[in-house]
Design a binder for this molecule. Sequence first.
Ligand code: SME
Length: 159
Amino acid sequence: MYQFDIAAGTKAELYRDLHQALDALTAGEPDAVANMANAAALVWQYLPDLNWAGFYRLVEGELVLGPFQGKAACIRIPLGRGVCGTAAAERRTQVVADVNAFAGHIACDADSASELVVPIVAGDRLVGVLDLDSPTPNRFDAEDAAGCEALAALLASRI
Ligand code: SME
């Protein structure tokens, strides 16, 4: 059984502790699926107000669903499509306050109101994206983006 000491204090503390826990969970484990599965579980358990948390992996030029928590989701997303495909194509984090205002947003769960997608890049290779959805509009801010970018950077060489 794993036990984590995750602070319920400031957002900065929460992301610092999550990073530490994810590092401990994935260190020395070479299996990408295991590491993504545990990362999705950790984020799902400790980040409040999410309805979906997980990964899309770059497979033969398109994004393919990876380990996640939440409702069953769309399986394949072309680069440049939706929030995930945009983050992947531009290799830039997307913070979307209102998914209905994002042209081309792909609705996998009607409950989703806002979304954060972080590209995962190892060296110059795009590995995939980390995708978080929330039922609350404007759920994600710059601190969430920075915190999730740090998690993605940690995972990049472990998935
Ligand atoms: N909303 C995403 C699709 C993935 S789901 O949110 C899990 C998008 O527009 O790319």
